[in-house]
Structures are given as C-alpha cells and as structure tokens.
Design a binder for this molecule. Structure first.
Ligand SMILES: C[S@@+](CC[C@H](N)C(=O)[O-])C[C@H]1O[C@@H](n2cnc3c(N)ncnc32)[C@H](O)[C@@H]1O
Length: 208
C-alpha cells in the first residue's frame, strides 16, 4: 500500500469532519451544483460518486431524492461510508479507472480525485459508457488547464462542457450570510475569473 493510501486509511474515521470546516454548507452546495449544473437531475436518478471517501456527499444527495452509489479504493473509507449511509446507499470498493456500475447511472461524480485517473481521456471515455446525463467534477485551474480538460471531455463524447466557479471555502467556516454572498459571486464574471487565478476551483458538468 502506498503512503497516500495509508494516509487515507488513517483519516477515514473523521474525513468529512476534518476536511471541511463547514461540511454541511460545503457539501450541500456541491450537491446543488451536481443537481442543477448542465442537464438537471430528477428525483430517483442515480449518482455514482467515484473516490467517494466516507461518502459525506451522499447525505445531501440522498436528501435531494437521488439514489447514491459510492465507490472508493480505500477499505477504511468504504467502511466509514457504509456506516454513514447504511441501507440508504450502495457503497463498494473499487478503482475509479476500472469500476463499472451494474446498470447505467444518470450522473457520475469525481471530487478531489481526478488526479487518480491514470489517463484522463481514457477515464472520461470509460465513464461515458455508463453515464446517461452528465459527469460532474471539480477542477483546479492552477493545476490543469480547463481547455485541456474540455478537449479530453469532447474526445470522450461529452460535447457540452459547463464550468461554474465554486466559492464556498473548504477550510474556513463562514457565517450563512457570507456563504450566500460567496455563492452570488460565482456568477460575477471577471471578478470570479480573477479570484480563480489565486484560489478556489470550478465545478465542471459535461454532457452530450
Ligand atoms: C481527497 S479524497 C476525496 C474524497 C471525497 N471525494 C471528497 O471530496 O471529500 C480522495 C479519495 O480518493 C480515493 N482514491 C484514491 N485513489 C483511488 C482510485 N484509484 N480509485 C478510487 N478511489 C481512489 C481515496 O481513498 C480517497 O478516499
């Protein structure tokens, strides 16, 4: 097992609580964008969350009426995810590069884990084979060029690519009113572009 895997195994017990200063606000906003960015999801749609960690994202997705299938490569994360969601979800061990769900899903998500795709274009092509509406993931534009990622999505058959800045901070808990303002700034055009040069990520929704 690599040292990174060891680290995830050790962190599994309180991953969501430690990784997100205000997990409820942060993950609710992520779930909102999964539901609404690009083609809308409908209640009953299944969301496959690859590299799901302890499935903190499963809570707000299930609360929105979606079916949730989480997959992670770390057994300790899978155990925590199963403990968190019980019979409200399907949680399995698997590698995002190879995992195929038993039936097609409406949406596939990959958060804070796109860098585990061995070959990004091949990964998107694999996901396209079982994803009916869209693939949704976060993108740090200081790490990967959005144009390069869009080209890989298009090559995989996802011709429609939407990017939305995501300004709810991960490591700082803000008062609710400030969170509302931060979300409004996500649509602020030039200001949002400037902020993304230094901090924050996009959420990307790609569909056919
Ligand atoms: C930074 S955490 C992100 C967890 C969760 N998606 C989130 O946003 O909080 C990365 C996760 O990817 C998982 N992981 C690493 N390599 C993987 C792979 N090849 N396939 C599936 N999961 C993997 C780790 O076990 C860990 O739970």
């Amino acid at each position: 097992m690599s040292s990174k895997s060891d680290q995830y195994a050790r962190q599994a017990g309180d991953w969501t609580e430690k990784a997100y200063a205000d997990a409820a606000a942060y993950l609710a906003h992520r779930a909102e964008l999964i539901a609404t960015l690009g083609p809308s999801l409908a209640p009953g749609d299944e969301v496959l969350d690859l590299a799901c960690g302890d499935a903190g994202l499963g809570e707000p997705l299930v609360a929105r009426g979606f079916r949730y299938r989480g997959v992670d490569a770390t057994p300790e994360m899978v155990a925590e995810a199963q403990r968190r969601l019980g019979d409200r979800a399907s949680i399995e061990i698997g590698d995002l590069n190879e995992y195929t769900p038993p039936t097609p899903v409406a949406a596939t998500t990959v958060f804070r884990a796109l860098y585990y795709a061995r070959d990004r274009r091949a990964f998107f092509t694999h996901v396209a084979a079982f994803t009916e509406k869209k693939v949704v993931f976060d993108l740090n534009p200081r790490q990967y060029r959005p144009d390069d990622v869009s080209a890989d999505l298009r090559a995989a058959g996802f011709g429609q690519v939407q990017l939305r800045p995501f300004f709810v901070p991960q490591t700082v808990a803000l008062p609710r009113l400030v969170v509302t303002s931060a979300k409004a700034l996500e649509r602020s055009g030039p200001f949002a572009q400037l902020a993304l040069r230094f901090r924050f990520t996009y959420v990307v929704a790609a569909s056919r």
